[in-house]
Structures are given as C-alpha cells and as structure tokens.
Design a protein around this ligand. Sequence first.
Ligand code: NAP
Ligand code: GLV
Length: 308
Amino acid sequence: MSLLLVAKNRDMSSLGEAIRATDPNIDVDIWPGVRNRERIQFAVSWRHPDGIFESYPNLKAISSLGAGVDHLFADQTIPEKIRFSRVVIPSLAEQMADYVLTAVLNMFRDTGTYIDQQRAGQWKKHPPLRKDEVTIGVMGLGELGRESASRLAMNGFMVNGWSRSKKELNGIRTFSGDEIDQFLQSSNILVCLLPLTEETEGILDLELFKKLRRPAYLVNVARGKHLTEEDLIYALDTDLITHAVLDVFEQEPLPDSHPFWGRKKITITPHTASITDPREAAELIVENYKRVLSGIDLLYEVDRNRGY
Ligand code: NAP
Ligand code: GLV
C-alpha cells in the first residue's frame, strides 16, 4: 500500500521526506509521479486538480494538508464514501493567534498611519483605541478561533466569540447560532475564523457590517469566499468599516488588477497567517494513514454532512 501526496501549486517533497523520516516503511507517491494507483488508500491534498481521485479505485480517505477542507468539498467528483480528515497541529493555532493579535494591535496603535507618516516626514499624534471601549468579536470558536480569542483575552482585550454550538471559554463572552445580532452589535473588530460552508459563504456582507459597533474593523483570515468583496469596498468608502486586514481572497494569488491593492484602508497578506509545518504534520498523517489501513476512526475526521 502507499500514501499519495497531491498539490497543484505546492512542493510536497519536504512533506514526503518528513513522512519517510517518521516511518521509513511507508511508500510515498508524490503526484503526478504515481507508480501504482491501485495501491493508494489514503491521500493528502492541498488544492488538488478536481477529478483526479476518480482514478484511484482503492482510495478510502483524503486528508487536507491544512485545517481548511473547502477544497475537498469543492471537488464534486469525490465519492460520498471517501472519508475526509484535516491537519490540525499546535503550530497552526499558535501562528494564527500571533497573526490575529498582531492585526488587532496594529489597529489599536494605528501602525499603518505612522508608517505612512514616517515616509512623508510627518510628526502627528493620533489617540490609540482604548481596550475598555473596543471589543473584538471572533466568529468561529474551533481549533484556531479558540486559541486566537484566548490569546486576545490574555492580552487584556475584551473578547466576544460566536459559534454554532454554545461554548464556555475563560475570559470570553460567548454567543451561539441565532445570537449573531447580539454578538455583532457588541463587537468592533470582527475576526472571521469560520469554515467555508454553504451557510457561511458570503457571510461578511454589507448587512453584517451595518450591525457592527463603531468604529468597526475587519480581519478575514478564514477563506476569501466568506467576504462579499464589493460590499467591503462600499463599507470602507462610506466609513462603515475603518480598516480591513485580509489574508485570504476569492481569487488567490490576488490578481494585479484587483481594486483591493491600491486601498490604504486595506492591509493585504498573501494567505500566510498560518502555514502547515511538514515535520509536525507528518506524525498526524502517518497516524491517520495507519488508521485507514486498519479501518479505525481518523483523527480530526471531518463531518461530511456538516461540511466542516
Ligand atoms: P474548526 O475547528 O472547524 O472550527 C469552526 C468553528 O466555526 C466552530 O466553532 C464552529 O462551531 C463554527 N461554525 C461553523 N459553522 C458555523 C455557523 N454556520 N455558524 C456559526 N458558527 C459556525 O475550524 P478551524 O480549524 O478553527 O479553521 C477556521 C478557519 O481558518 C477555516 O476557514 C480555515 O480554512 C481557516 N484557515 C486559514 C488559514 C490561513 O492561513 N489564513 C490557516 C488555517 C486555517 P461549533 O464549534 O459549534 O461546531
Ligand atoms: C490554510 O489555509 C489552512 O487551511 O490550513
């Protein structure tokens, strides 16, 4: 039996080496150099070309190389019986919490304005936001949202959190499901850490922006399709939103002609908030590979009915 690694735009060789170092007995094939398709029972994908899994007759499960699994659900050709799992490792949550804390601190301390002022040789003070007046609202209290929300709370910020099911988290005011309006109306800086599903696609739209407490800010670190891009432009132009920090986009890489590039009120990073470390991921992948071969439950298995 062998394990398949597939990615359209990512070099999988370091992951292959890390898997072989973790267990030298595992045969690893890196797409497109597959030796025998019939031997593949488990695959690890990062944005594979749609349709490729149809030619693996003994495939039983596919793991996303990241925490997000939307690219697996997007490929409608993958049969229902194939199980999905994902890579959730401590460094993913740690990096995300670092990114979110940095974005929030930059908003509080107006870092972008001071960088511009320095370039213009301008000495001008702006009052920082106050921690007792501005609340951060984290949408999604899963593996990454919980860590990010807790890190903010540990740093003295007032934090709200919203998830599908109710949560109890130290130092965080939590809301669930249909309490979304209360959550939004008491949040200034909205951090999106939801999975991309039919229910959450396009959730960051004008109607939602209008409900936020002012001044309002946005941090989208989940998926580009959560955001209705034209609504953000309108919200920034009409001062409904003061500033947005975006790490993910509907189309990645963000096209050269995209209107977001030239905007001072938008900070762009190239989907870099949290990146899977191949050495750390290898252990979990090897464990799940063995579980597939023995027919037992996968770690971090995705609920295919729920969509995340
Ligand atoms: P996760 O563990 O699956 O957690 C998802 C959270 O969202 C859960 O709290 C869930 O509620 C909540 N949720 C799902 N659907 C909801 C709905 N309709 N209404 C309200 N709450 C809902 O996800 P994760 O691993 O933390 O990942 C979060 C996001 O980060 C994903 O979009 C992923 O793709 C993205 N990501 C981005 C990067 C990057 O570099 N930018 C890196 C990794 C991941 P329950 O707790 O009640 O189930
Ligand atoms: C990155 O976006 C991931 O899903 O891990």
